[in-house]
Design a protein around this ligand. Structure first.
Ligand SMILES: Cc1cc2nc3c(=O)[nH]c(=O)nc-3n(C[C@H](O)[C@H](O)[C@H](O)COP(=O)(O)O)c2cc1C
Length: 332
């Protein structure tokens, strides 16, 4: 079965790769991922806050995660090893680069232009084959417009593109008023991939102690349909490769994502639950399904149910919303 695909300009033998997360903090885990068929390794983010030394959001996220999923301890590094600064991050990129044959994608995570972005160059020098730029921004200021947010994002992308010759993908959130326009602009500005989507880690409320509760839950397949819709709408329109991130847990989830338009598939939660070897289960499951259903190559499957090509384009649009509300098929 030919699972080969092209993502960020890389010719990859299969679409599956671990998404940005602490999975790549442990070199043994990285090698197991490669053995299981990971076609690239995405490293967790280096955060603007880490580089400007304001805060370290990610550490608390990882600690909470470890508490709620003790089985993940066997393939994640101990928490004290995660107290890493930028220099350790660069060393890690170098170590992973030397340990695997697949492309290594580092991640820069921030919200505004600044000196911290010079790290793109250092990540390239450390051996990263590609960069993911994650613009995870929660706007709480009433004076900041959507246009200003998008312009800042474009400027950040241009700055990274100017700084390094390696391909750059942008990891987006789903919360944009006109995502196709933004995606197309990012494609024109040189994004060689769009990762759909960031998961927002919304705080909950402890009503008795009047505290905000920060808990990181792993995803389920329920998060996939939002991605499928936007993959389907953006396929062929963004001028860049699309990668799904969020809610791929079963081989059939991967089939749906590829049919919608994903050229690459990033997985984190399912690997944290089931271990790095689970990537092989996904890959072999996709192959098996394709064989059983008469597909010979990834290319045949890719985008066949996107807005451009599916037999029922109205399913993506307002007409479907009206139809669903007027003649609902309700699932409990
Ligand atoms: C413990 C943990 C750490 C993560 N760290 C990062 C990160 O550093 N940078 C990033 O862009 N995404 C990070 N993510 C988000 C994942 O890359 C991914 O987008 C998200 O988990 C959705 O994919 P999934 O449903 O396969 O888990 C993290 C997720 C988890 C669970």
């Amino acid at each position: 079965m030919d699972l080969s695909t092209k993502y960020m300009g890389f010719d990859l033998p299969s679409p599956f790769m671990p998404g940005a997360s602490p999975l790549a903090d442990n070199l043994d885990t990285v090698k197991r991922l490669e053995d299981a068929g990971a076609s690239a390794i995405v490293i967790r983010s280096l955060f603007q806050e880490e580089l400007t030394q304001e805060e370290q959001h990610w550490q608390s996220n990882v600690r909470v995660h470890e508490l709620s999923h003790p089985e993940a301890r066997s393939y994640l590094p101990p928490t004290d090893m995660l107290k890493q600064g930028p220099e350790e991050y660069l060393e890690k990129v170098q170590r992973i680069r030397n340990a695997v044959k697949v492309p290594v994608i580092a991640s820069l995570n921030g919200t505004t232009l600044g000196d911290w972005m010079e790290y793109a160059k250092r990540l390239h020098q450390a051996g990263a084959h590609g960069l993911e730029l994650n613009v995870y921004r929660v706007v709480t200021d009433v004076k900041v417009s959507s246009d200003a947010v998008e312009q800042e994002m474009m400027n950040m992308l241009r700055e990274v593109r100017r700084t390094v010759p390696i391909p750059v993908a942008v990891k987006l959130s789903p919360f944009f008023t006109a995502l196709p326009h933004l995606a197309n602009q990012l494609g024109r500005a040189g994004a060689q991939g769009l990762v759909l989507f960031n998961r927002f880690f919304q705080p909950d409320i402890d009503v008795e102690n009047l505290e905000m509760v920060r808990k990181l839950h792993l995803s389920t397949s329920a998060e996939l349909p939002l991605r499928l819709m936007w993959l389907g709408i953006l396929h062929g329109r963004a001028g860049t490769d699309l990668c799904v991130s969020g809610g791929v847990h079963q081989p059939l989830d991967a089939v749906r994502a590829v049919m919608s338009g994903a050229a690459a598939i990033q997985v984190v939660s399912c690997l944290m639950r089931n271990g790095p070897d689970y990537l092989r289960v996904l890959r072999e499951g996709l192959e098996r399904w394709m064989g059983e259903n008469g597909y010979e190559s990834f290319k045949q499957l890719h985008g066949c149910m996107s807005l451009e090509r599916c037999p029922d384009p109205a399913a993506f649009e307002r007409a479907n919303y009206i139809h669903m509300l007027n003649a609902p098929v309700v699932h409990e």
